[in-house]
Design a protein around this ligand. Structure first.
Ligand SMILES: O=C(CO)[C@@H](O)[C@H](O)COP(=O)(O)O
Ligand SMILES: [Co+2]
Length: 213
């Protein structure tokens, strides 16, 4: 299991130290939550903050867009050369076109599903995706309670992925901790995002390793 700590839960008063600690602590990716105050009722990080993060990070960035104008934000974050950019299926009228745009920028495209969205809704996009991110909370905030139906959804998605594009990864985001990690692993999940669990732990390295099952 790969682990992507969400920097939303980091201490922004000492962001450099926090980034260094999770990279040295053995994380696989750095999850960057981008919220525009329209698609979700919160606002977070723009390139002004994420640029210095990208400069000191020794692990690749996983940019999670929670915005209405996806194309604008893809163009804004592309110069930071993230490994992945994910966007919500619920906020995009032309997901196939946007996937091609992200690919053309040399970035791996991923699609995010809110708790109500079905894996079948993206079946015909799977062959063009590197990852699907399943939300296990409603997007907008860290520290929320895990929604257990994501386990069944991950299993269904895994079947579709096996049929359409076995190389596509499944990522789960929200309320992940050492209690639900084995269920997620058994459901076929490849990557987990963990914000409050990692940054709420005194020993980041220990917390990250406890999820790398
Ligand atoms: O995208 C989001 C929230 O919208 C997440 O990435 C959270 O920031 C994860 O935080 P925890 O639920 O792990 O505290
Ligand atoms: Co996220």
């Amino acid at each position: 299991m790969q682990v992507a700590p969400s920097i939303l839960s980091a201490d922004f008063g000492k962001l450099n130290e926090e980034i260094k600690a999770i990279c040295d602590g053995g994380c696989d990716l750095i999850h960057v939550d981008v919220m525009d105050g329209h698609f979700v009722p919160n606002m977070t990080l723009g390139p002004v903050v994420v640029n210095p993060v990208a400069k000191i990070a020794t692990k690749p960035l996983d940019v999670h867009l929670m915005v209405e104008n996806n194309t604008f934000f893809v163009e804004l974050f592309a110069p930071l050369k993230p490994e992945y950019i994910s966007f919500h299926i619920e906020s995009e009228k032309h997901p196939h076109r946007l996937i091609q745009k992200i690919k053309s920028l040399g970035i791996k495209p991923a699609i995010v599903l809110n708790p109500h969205s079905t894996p079948e809704s993206i079946e015909y996009l799977l062959e063009d995706l590197d990852m699907v991110l399943l939300m296990s909370v409603n997007p907008g905030f860290g520290g929320q309670k895990f929604i257990p139906s994501v386990i069944e959804k991950a299993k269904k998605l895994k079947e579709l992925i096996n049929k359409r594009n076995p190389a596509c990864l499944i990522e789960v985001d929200g309320g992940v901790n050492d209690k639900n990690i084995h269920q997620l692993k058994d459901a076929g999940v490849d990557v987990v995002v963990a914000g409050s669990y990692v940054f709420g732990n005194e020993d980041y390295s220990k917390a990250i390793k406890s999820l790398q099952v």
